[in-house]
Write a protein that binds this ligand. Structure first.
Ligand code: ADP
Ligand code: DP6
Ligand code: CO
Length: 324
């Protein structure tokens, strides 16, 4: 069978972050986490299993990946081949509509789209939960990108129990996430490497697990109540406490740059001036600002003035995995 299947998945921004694995082989996290899927950033991936191939061929943004660069993709393809009981190699072609490896979560949309396209191309008809479990094997954050809206990834304790589930899939709450593209270059420390160093060496890691448990319990009812202030306060403190695990690791590292710190200060200034907004950031320097849609003009005007119009991207809650 050489039918080509194309899937689209959107990135997500974690509001309560995943930062550490309990099992690197099964990709089980140390803690549960919760995110918002974003409409502006996504990956389209096409997969075709082809019996004439003698190896998998993986192309991302028109560039053919070598064996090392394609290993995570081939790992997911191997899992699909095992499940479908089909030994055929595949041609994978993927396009990111998101800057790669810059902390804008390209791995989340990439591996969610791959799980969707590869499973269907192999003739599997997986449930959303099983797609989420498959995406997890490529990248932890991809577990959540199978679903739209506010999504929780249950840490679980084995392959079967570690999956994501939507908390609110169709979001009617008028909130937005303003992404500041402060540096779109590839980061020096990958998420995978960074979180491993934090788990192994940060003396604050046990405290982080308590923070996450507390934040998750508090943020879920606040999201359901559309309590903007509580959600904003939790996502900002949670992000800073995650980043404290980078500064407290040995060797220490950081995803912040000078522009990140400046933009954080601008958010605090806006807040002091009465514009309610809160920041978060994943493993990269690019800040995301959580706000209410009514405040978008004031917030975007300020950052477009500081940074230039192209660096400021307004995202809204986005949809889950789809096939085209
Ligand atoms: P990010 O913040 O962008 O998620 P990560 O370090 O988590 O950064 O992941 C980046 C890695 O994800 C890339 O180096 C690449 O291995 C993988 N990746 C990104 N986009 C794709 C894609 N479309 N297809 C396959 N792999 C991808
Ligand atoms: C800071 O999912 O990119 O974005 O599981 O090793 O592929 P791997 O890492 P990845 O890590 C995401 C970390 C984060 C927080 C989050 O998305 O929850
Ligand atoms: Co990632």
């Amino acid at each position: 069978m050489t039918t080509a299947v194309t899937a689209r998945a959107h990135t997500n921004i974690a509001l309560v972050k995943y930062w550490g694995k309990a099992d690197a082989t099964l990709m089980l996290p140390q803690t549960s986490s919760l995110s918002l899927t974003l409409d502006q950033f996504y990956t389209d991936t096409t997969v075709a299993f082809d019996p004439t191939l003698t190896a998998d061929q993986v192309t991302v943004n028109q560039v053919r990946l070598d064996e090392h660069a394609s290993r995570k993709v081939r790992h997911v393809l191997d899992l699909v081949r095992t499940q479908a009981d089909r030994p055929t190699f595949a041609r994978v072609s993927s396009t990111n509509h998101v800057p790669m490896a810059a902390g804008l979560a390209s791995s989340a949309s990439a591996f969610a789209a791959l799980a969707g396209a590869a499973s269907r191309a192999a003739g599997l008809d997986l449930s959303s939960r099983d797609l989420s479990r498959l995406a997890r094997r490529g990248s932890g954050s991809a577990t959540r990108s199978i679903f739209g809206g506010f999504v929780e990834w249950h840490a679980g304790h084995d392959d079967a129990s570690s999956y994501a589930e939507p908390l609110v899939e169709s979001v009617t709450w008028p909130v937005a996430m303003v992404a500041l593209v402060l540096d779109a270059h590839r980061k020096k420390v990958s998420s995978r490497q960074g979180m491993q160093t934090s788990v192994a060496t940060s003396p604050y890691y046990p405290a982080w697990k308590q923070v996450v448990a507390h934040d998750l319990a508090a943020i879920k009812p606040a999201i359901l109540d559309q309590d903007f202030t509580t959600v904003g306060e939790i996502l900002e403190t949670n992000a800073m406490r995650m980043h404290a695990l980078t500064l407290s690791a040995d060797p220490a590292y950081s995803y912040f740059n000078g522009a990140t710190l400046q933009a954080m200060q601008t958010v605090r200034d806006l807040r002091a001036a009465g514009v309610a907004c809160y920041y978060t950031l994943d493993a990269g320097p690019n800040l995301k600002i959580f706000c209410q849609v009514a405040d978008l003009p004031a917030i975007t005007a300020r950052f477009r003035q500081d940074l230039g119009a192209e660096q400021v991207i307004v995202a809204h809650p986005g949809p889950g995995l789809s096939w085209r």
